[in-house]
Design a protein around this ligand. Sequence first.
Ligand SMILES: NC(=O)C1=CN([C@@H]2O[C@H](COP(=O)(O)OP(=O)(O)OC[C@H]3O[C@@H](n4cnc5c(N)ncnc54)[C@H](O)[C@@H]3O)[C@@H](O)[C@H]2O)C=CC1
Ligand SMILES: CC(=O)C(=O)O
Ligand SMILES: [Mg+2]
Length: 474
Amino acid sequence: MSIPSGASMHITIRLQFQKELVSFGEIATAIGKAGGDIVGIDVISSSKTHTVRDITVSAFDTKHCDLITDTLKKINGVKVIHVSDRTFLMHIGGKIEVKSKIPIKTRDDLSRVYTPGVARVCTAIAEDPTKAYSLTIKRNTVAVVSDGTAVLGLGDIGPHAAMPVMEGKAMLFKQLAGVDAFPICLDTKDTEEIIQIVKAIAPAFGGINLEDISAPRCFEIEERLKKELDIPVFHDDQHGTAVVLLAGLLNALKIVGKKLEDIKVVLTGIGAAGIACTKILLAAGVRNIIGVDRLGAIHRGENYENLYWMEYAQMTNPDNLSGTLSEVIKGADVFIGVSAPGILTVEDIKKMAKDPIVFAMANPVPEIDPELAEPYVRVMATGRSDYPNQINNVLCFPGIFRGALDCRAKEINEEMKLAAAQAIASVVTDEELNETYIIPSVFNSKVAERVREAVMKAAYRTGVARKEAIAPTE
Ligand SMILES: NC(=O)C1=CN([C@@H]2O[C@H](COP(=O)(O)OP(=O)(O)OC[C@H]3O[C@@H](n4cnc5c(N)ncnc54)[C@H](O)[C@@H]3O)[C@@H](O)[C@H]2O)C=CC1
Ligand SMILES: CC(=O)C(=O)O
Ligand SMILES: [Mg+2]
């Protein structure tokens, strides 16, 4: 399935055209007829006979880009010089770099930042390792660790291919919360090896953000690292997703006037994100959740090879329903998808209860094209940036780590996650709340700040903050 319509990619087509054979108007019409939308035009050069222009066109997907380009190539007098994809251009050479905070201009500077001066600083840390927080990058630095096995919804694409996502996460950490994050993609899928590597690199970091590591290995990796390290370890796909989902649901339920304890939720994809989303919803008071994976609804009485599903069956599905998604979705108030593209149909939505809430959160392609779903749902959300109501863990991980680092929390616990969810939901005021605005924008600067404050309060309250509180906390 390709990226759905409405979701655009932009290509810049550099073309030369012969003025006596073809006009720009004809070229623009041809692009329009092929379904492309011109979003920018730059004149690169012009002579009496020829013009070279860069035309930036928004298209649905790569096939659509090829169609537009082929249409142009067929026009007499037009030569397509090259086509560049703006997304790829943004990735050339990678997206992040390391910068020094102070310049090294003189030998004196050199002897302080490096040898011999640095030796005294090293010795001070050797004598008191907690000084690593004040004298190194540790207090502001997070490792974004992946093995490339569950990258977005693309699956096991390996550590090299995972890097653009991890670089993107690092950019978001920095821009949204001032956290310095390093992408670290490991060329191993061995659970024990990943645990040992992360433990070995931990001294440089104030926190570990695990990312896109497939279930069920991600559960053991996180649990072990949480036990064996004294810095916060947080699997973003589990907990970041769960936090933002709860924030979105709290607000969506206000719109439809339903309560957590009364709703029926059907959730697809009982992997990393799905299990964590289920747990946070249960902790928040939801009573009726039915999980659906490739084998249908997870229910008691089945002998699942996946032990996490055995446990899942015990804590969910009070009526012990079995069957396909289309069967169990009947009467559901909420659909949550953290699974795979296109698995929810309009017919399924029609079977849901009044005022359906659909959160199709698989990336990059959701469980249903939001434009198909829109006429039949009351509240629609996806994980994507190009539709309203973006339920994406990016609303959580920068602020939650900012808070954890600032109070030097030894872990990110359940109270801190719930506080983060409420903080995110609170950014949308009752006056602002509506069907297309249940969750604040990623660019809303209040989000990270509010999450930070709420998380710090919860950390002090639950005794996991190790830095003495400067201001009084609740
Ligand atoms: N919007 C957001 O913030 C986030 C979205 N996601 C998305 O959720 C999806 C799952 O991510 P993870 O939980 O990390 O992966 P995962 O690999 O741990 O779990 C995916 C689960 O979906 C199931 N699944 C696959 N195809 C299915 C189908 N046709 N029907 C039912 N179940 C199916 C798999 O069997 C697996 O249990 C991905 O598309 C990812 O991009 C994940 C994290 C955050
Ligand atoms: C958003 C995210 O972390 C994912 O789709 O995997
Ligand atoms: Mg992820």
